[in-house]
Design a binder for this molecule. Structure first.
Ligand SMILES: [Zn+2]
Length: 99
């Protein structure tokens, strides 16, 4: 049983990456672009989520926990969470899902 059991997506990053620090900021914005082929016919608007930390470090675990809390649902073939971009683009981190 995974720490991140949820019905909508599967976490497929290695266990030792859960505590990887994504940012030293107290809050970041992440985005899911849904730019996979699943949405070629019926485009889906990009989702933006704010991830907050009281301690000033945002980790992969916090992002995953927030995605679960928000019931993030890829609703497509790409339901395996593969992590967040290592550097933000336009102050936003992209999250990646694979199949
Ligand atoms: Zn997809």
């Amino acid at each position: 049983m995974s720490e991140f059991e949820n019905p909508y997506f599967t976490v497929s990053i290695p266990f030792d990456h859960y505590d990887k620090i994504v940012s030293k900021e107290k809050s970041i914005v992440i985005r899911c672009k849904y730019n996979c082929y699943c949405y070629d016919e019926t485009p889906r608007l990009t989702d933006f989520y704010i991830i907050k930390s009281d301690f000033g470090n945002i980790t992969e675990r916090m992002i995953i926990q927030e995605l679960i809390k928000l019931k993030h649902n890829p609703q497509c073939d790409h339901m395996f969470y593969e992590g967040v971009s290592s550097t933000p683009l336009d102050d936003v981190f992209d999250i990646y899902f694979g199949s």
